[in-house]
Write a protein that binds this ligand. Structure first.
Ligand SMILES: C[S@@+](CC[C@H](N)C(=O)[O-])C[C@H]1O[C@@H](n2cnc3c(N)ncnc32)[C@H](O)[C@@H]1O
Length: 251
């Protein structure tokens, strides 16, 4: 190829390259514009969904955030969570109704989750500073810490109750309220838990436990304990019953 032909070829290539560069930056600008439009649309859709969720929550007096967190935790550890959704208001209020707000001493809650029963206890007149919350799930602990900053939060295994609370409680507890999925545990563990709970409480103080199960979570005849149960709460999903165990003072 002659020198003249070569420089003509170079000029042609240079022109093609410039044209390509021009097209490339126009294509890039176009793509960036499409991405911005998509992001705006996505934000709009997200806001719309959020708004619909809020409306739904308002209508049904529930907090879907909690439901979603609960379902996520349940998917990760179904046996430990023991329920797909947090307790409904009626069940939470029934649990709280067994605790005397005029009583003295801390109120221990085992497995508070996202705090529906905790809320009902506070609503019933228990000062948040009296609450000792024992929860194992770190995500739920974070929620509880922000919702009930005055309560004492113990992140740990409620089945080691004695070790966890022996030195923490400076006076006997007025009640132990449990949302633990007790029936997923062997009977020996359940019995040890209630005996440890009773040792931390005033005589006659209630150990309050709900269950979805038809059977009682602990034997109905439990040496020296008085046992009572609520009506089945059909409004809860799933329907549940509250059981209360008290160890009266020895005469
Ligand atoms: C059925 S949910 C009840 C939650 C809440 N009380 C309610 O009524 O919605 C059981 C709760 O117990 C907690 N839990 C399960 N095993 C536990 C353990 N060994 N120690 C402490 N908390 C536990 C779970 O993380 C969950 O928050």
């Amino acid at each position: 190829m002659s020198l003249q032909a070569l420089s003509k070829f170079e000029r042609k290539i240079g022109r093609q390259l410039r044209l390509f560069e021009l097209r490339k930056s126009s294509i890039e600008r176009n793509i960036a514009r499409q991405i911005r439009i998509l992001e705006r649309k996505r934000d709009g859709i997200g806001k719309k969904i959020e708004e619909q969720v809020r409306q739904f929550e308002k209508k049904r007096s529930i907090r879907l955030d909690d439901e979603v967190r609960f379902i996520r935790s349940w998917i990760e550890r179904p046996l430990s969570i023991g329920a797909v959704t947090p307790s409904g208001k009626l069940l939470a209020r029934t649990m709280a109704s067994y605790v005397d707000p005029a009583s003295d001493g801390p109120v221990v809650e085992l497995g508070p989750g996202t705090g529906p029963v905790t809320g009902a206890l506070v609503e019933a007149g228990i000062a948040p500073s009296r609450l000792v919350l024992v929860e194992t799930n770190p995500a739920f602990c974070r929620i509880l810490r922000t919702r009930y900053p005055e309560a004492t939060l113990v992140q740990g295994d409620a089945y080691s109750l004695r070790r966890l609370l022996e030195t923490l409680l400076i006076q006997p507890a007025a009640a132990v309220v449990s949302g633990l999925p007790l029936v997923t545990k062997p009977i020996k563990m359940r019995l040890r838990l209630i005996r440890d709970a009773v040792d931390l409480m005033l005589p006659g103080a209630p150990f309050v436990q709900f269950t979805y199960s038809v059977a009682a979570p602990l034997p109905r005849r439990l040496g020296g304990f008085s046992v009572e149960a609520s009506e089945r709460i059909w409004m809860n999903l799933p329907p549940a019953r509250v059981w209360v165990y008290r160890k009266p003072e020895a005469r």
